[in-house]
Design a protein around this ligand. Structure first.
Ligand code: NAG
Ligand code: NAG
Ligand code: NAG
Ligand code: NAG
Ligand code: NAG
Ligand code: NAG
Ligand code: NAG
Ligand code: NAG
Ligand code: NAG
Ligand code: NAG
Length: 851
């Protein structure tokens, strides 16, 4: 490869390469494997045919190109030309029109395009236009003076599974093409350091006037004869010339050669390049075609413009660089899939979607940082494009998409949930379609998403947020009115939940009795009076578009929120993906609408719009008991008095469920993570998702599914499915052991894995200190601790009948607390509340409970 040297001299003896006519007649059927031979403009109805002169099979270009019209050269030219050049495809519409061909990635292809004008349009005006390979210019085709037609040829290594050959209008004339041919080459041939090889010439040295191509050349290269009779003599052979290397030059080509008339003269060959900076590759193919005498050797030097050159050539190519990378192939495949789905025939939707920039597909936007980075599709705008059918699933594959505008079409079906999973997506406009069904909550909840669903009259979208949802959670007045009919479908899904709301709202004051005379009302306002139904948009506003996650519950996420500007709340969203969660949600709604107590987490309100179900609780700023026991929340560990106070309050909440409610309720999931603490460290029971009521007559109840948390589960209930309040008592006993020992409920590496067995074992060894939480540093009244241990063990009696009732438990722990409080002169003289407040970090809160 050198800069513009042109004279190739073979200072040598004999030479090479010229025709051997006997071989010409052996035109055997050869393998056309991987060949693509398109007769452009051939009707799709016409079957593929074999070109008699080459045996190549040509077929219609239909399916390789989406645009253009077909034409054929005028009669007067038919004498000169033959199939497949008689027909052509021309492109009156659009600037760029492309053929897309499936190729093998990473393979060198010989690509040929043939252009024969033949005055097909009757204008007698030679067209001129550009030819592109993907996003890069390959050549300018100018038919001026080319009545015999012209061929563009290039050897190009594919970088993806598809290759685009584009014709680009540069003036007023319409681009056209007669044939397009692709031939895969051997992998290790025609490699370049960079760039592709644009054909310059390809000669074989023979006095023949015959051009050689397929099938003589298995790669269908076209070899033109060339001979300088004044300087050269021709040498030929009948022998089979062994020139088998990857380039596989044809036998005919290699069997004829030229040699200088005089051995004293060099064999001189000269050409001119377009410019002094043009880079080129020259390929010389040598073969010995004369029988040399035993001691003879043939030897010569090859010089290029006087310098020694080492390439062996006969073909010459100029190097053409294709610097612009194609659009990300996954994006290309995706957008083409969408194009197919909707049958889009936009004139610009041709060739590479993003590059070159002047040919960007209309309705797309891409980010193209520089030419050496594959551009990505970032915006798809098919607004007012008469789209019908559903929202194309292929959109999901445009993973870099930031904006999607499908507004003002005739799209039907539902809003697909995958839109919520598209990470980059910031804007979705589906307004003005005929979409139906319910809008997936995940989309409505997606942060930072601008969503417009207006004008889809069948879209079930109770939340005002369906309309013009903004990235900041702000909402506008809902104007998607839910037609009464639509609620039918809605009821099918949510029927029972709605029934619940209705029944209990109705019955609230009638036959459900809530007797709480034995519990002191706290100073906080009654939950029921505050109990409020919120719209979904209010939920979004109160959570600031679900900005802060407090935790993940059994049936959905719990978010922090603020009501009326100041009151902090915890908002538990029902994820509709969980059917188990849905049952629990109902159970919790049932319970909380019936009961309220200062030691049960209060319901501030709820939301039941469409698929948007939410429970809004009072905010429990200090998280759960387990966190405090484990030290996870930082600060000092709870002292004994505070622990007792917390369990007293929890016991009161539980006792209220058992005795204050008619019919009685069983919590069924008492555990330290379900005991929550508010800003004053007041304890409240949470998570009533598993709660069950049973007949007031006291008949015990067989539940079909045993539920609860391992370790806390009453073994008797587990054995018998016999559900009663004593199951809660058992679980409460475990909670007591936890505050005493601060040991995990189950620890396989312990002598006895289960905490009850372990404490039992330790107690038989007699020393209570071995079981006490070492973090208490002995700072407790041992009488108080003993009573607590005894109480815990009685709660854990295997026989439920022999366990105390929660009323008895409340009395007992209050006595423990009294013992501890009566302890004088201890190190802690602050009240528990303030000491905790000083020492702990109250910043993070969590409410109704992760289970
Ligand atoms: C190219 O390949 C794709 C799938 O890989 C196929 O759907 C398409 O029909 C092919 N195109 C042509 C022209 O064969
Ligand atoms: C076209 O081909 C014919 C016959 O091969 C030749 O005589 C004529 O000069 C060619 N015309 C051009 C413009 O090259
Ligand atoms: C062709 O060669 C390239 C590198 O030169 C290699 O990566 C590729 O696997 C080869 N392909 C085939 C089909 O051998
Ligand atoms: C051609 O030459 C190569 C190596 O010199 C050899 O392996 C091969 O057998 C020869 N082929 C024929 C047809 O003689
Ligand atoms: C080769 O031919 C070119 C042009 O025909 C001429 O300029 C050059 O001097 C020749 N070289 C030799 C060594 O004869
Ligand atoms: C989509 O295109 C229309 C006009 O064709 C325009 O009004 C609208 O703003 C575009 N959408 C986006 C998201 O830019
Ligand atoms: C939209 O599609 C529906 C059903 O396919 C059809 O009845 C209606 O006429 C279409 N509307 C428009 C504006 O194309
Ligand atoms: C669709 O909505 C988006 C975001 O609200 C907006 O940018 C775009 O202009 C809308 N499209 C049309 C056609 O109004
Ligand atoms: C939505 O409309 C399609 C017809 O366009 C219908 O098949 C489908 O059942 C509808 N879905 C709902 C949830 O109404
Ligand atoms: C929603 O946005 C569209 C355009 O983006 C606007 O025309 C319409 O008035 C908005 N609707 C509401 C309720 O703000």
């Amino acid at each position: 490869m050198e800069k513009q040297p042109q004279a190739l001299r073979l200072c040598a003896l004999t030479l090479i390469c010229i025709t051997l006519s006997s071989l010409l007649h052996h035109v055997e059927a050869q393998n056309q494997k991987g060949f693509i031979s398109l007769d452009c403009g051939l009707s799709p109805n016409e079957p593929p045919y074999n070109d008699p002169s080459t045996g190549l099979t040509y077929s219609t270009d239909d399916g390789f190109v989406q645009s253009g019209k077909t034409g054929k050269i005028q009669k007067e030219f038919e004498a000169i030309f033959s199939k497949p050049s008689l027909k052509l495809r021309y492109f009156p519409d659009g600037v760029r029109n492309c053929y897309t061909v499936n190729v093998t990635e990473g393979t060198n292809y010989l690509i040929k395009a043939v252009f024969v004008y033949g005055n097909y349009d009757g204008l007698a005006n030679d067209p001129s236009f550009d030819l592109y390979l993907g996003p890069n210019v390959w050549s300018t085709v100018d038919m001026n003076g080319r009545t015999n037609g012209t061929i563009e040829e290039i050897i190009h290594r594919t970088i993806s599974k598809s290759l685009q050959v584009c014709l680009v209008k540069t003036g007023t004339s319409n681009p056209f093409i007669n044939t397009l041919e692709l031939r895969p080459l051997k992998n290790n041939t025609y490699n370049t350091q960079s760039g592709s090889l644009k054909y310059f010439f390809r000669y074989y040295f023979s006095t023949s006037d015959r051009t050689i191509r397929y099938p003589n050349d298995v790669h269908d290269r076209k070899w033109y004869p060339f001979f300088d009779s004044k300087e050269w003599t021709e040498v030929t052979t009948d022998l089979n010339v062994n020139a088998s290397n990857g380039y596989e030059p044809p036998q005919i080509v290699m069997a004829s050669a030229s040699t200088p008339i005089s051995t004293f003269w060099p064999w001189n060959f000269t050409w001119s390049l377009p410019s002094s900076t043009t880079q080129f590759y020259v390929y010389l193919h040598f073969a010995e075609i004369q029988t040399l005498k035993p001691l003879d050797t043939r030897e010569f030097k090859v010089t290029m413009n006087g310098k020694l050159a080492y390439e062996r050539a006969l073909e010459l190519f100029t190097v053409i660089d294709f610097p612009q990378l194609e659009t990300n192939q996954d994006d290309v495949v995706a957008i083409k899939g969408i194009q197919n789905t909707y049958g889009l025939t936009r004139v610009t939707w041709n060739g590479d979607p993003c590059v070159p920039k002047q040919f960007l597909w209309d309705g797309l936007n891409c980010n193209s940082l520089d030419i050496s980075t594959p551009p990505l599709i970032t915006s798809l705008n098919l607004s007012s494009s008469q789209l019908t059918g559903i929202i194309a699933p292929g959109i999901n594959d445009l993973i870099h998409l930031q904006e999607l505008d499908l507004s003002n079409n005739n799209l039907t079906g539902g809003v697909p949930e995958f839109l919520a999973g598209m990470k980059s997506l910031l804007v979705i406009n589906l307004s003005g379609n005929n979409l139906n069904g319910t809008v997936p909550q995940a989309i409505l909840q997606k942060k930072g998403l601008k969503l417009n669903l207006e004008g889809n009259s069948d879209l079930i979208c109770l939340g005002g947020l369906c309309v013009n949802k903004t990235g900041h959670g702000g909402s506008k007045k809902p104007n998607v009115v839910v037609p009464a009919v639509a609620s039918v479908a809605f009821l099918v899904v949510l029927g029972s939940a709605l029934a619940f709301f209705l029944v209990f709202k109705k019955k609230k004051n009638a036959n459900i009795e809530v007797s709480d005379d034995r519990t002191t009302r706290s100073s906080e306002p009654a939950i029921m009076t505050k109990n409020k139904r919120f719209t979904y948009s209010e939920v979004v506003t109160m959570t600031n578009n679900f900005e802060r996650v407090l935790g993940k519950g059994g049936f959905g996420m719990v978010y922090h929120g603020t009501v009326s500007g100041t009151e902090q709340v915890a908002v538990k969203m029902l994820s509709h993906s969980s059917s188990q969660g849905y049952k629990e949600f109902k159970a919790e709604v049932e319970l909380l609408l019936r009961v309220h107590h200062k030691n049960l987490v209060g319901l501030v309100g709820y939301c039941d719009e469409g698929e948007n179900l939410a429970l809004i609780y009072e905010y429990m700023a200090n998280g759960d008991l387990r966190e405090h026991m484990s030290g996870k929340r930082g600060g000092s560990i709870l002292n004994w008095e505070t622990r007792l106070k917390i369990v007293v309050e929890s016991a009161q909440g539980l006792e209220y469920l058992h005795n204050g409610c008619k019919p009685p309720m069983v919590h069924r999931d008492v555990k330290t993570t379900n005991i929550l603490l508010n800003e004053h460290f007041q304890a409240k029971l949470a998570d009533f998702g598993l709660s069950r009521s049973f007949p007031i007559e006291g008949e015990t109840h067989v539940s079909t599914v045993v539920a609860g948390t391992p370790g806390y589960l009453d073994p008797e209930y587990y054995r018998t499915n016999w559900l009663n309040e004593k199951s809660d008592v058992y679980s409460f006993g475990i909670v007591l052991l936890e505050i005493i020992t601060n040991q995990p409920v189950i620890n396989q590496s312990r002598e006895k894995p289960h905490i009850a067995e372990w404490v039992g074992l330790m107690l038989t060894k007699g020393d209570i200190k071995n079981i006490m939480d070492p973090n208490l540093y002995g700072d407790y009244d041992s009488g108080s601790v003993w009573r607590a241990v005894e109480l815990a063990m009685s709660c854990l009696n295997p026989s439920s009948a022999r366990r105390p009732t929660m009323s008895q438990v409340v009395i007992e722990i209050n006595e423990c607390l009294a013992y501890e409080n009566s302890r004088g002169g201890t190190s802690h003289n602050m009240n528990s509340q303030s000491s905790i407040e000083v020492s702990m970090n109250f910043d993070i809160g969590i409410t109704p409970g992760p289970r």
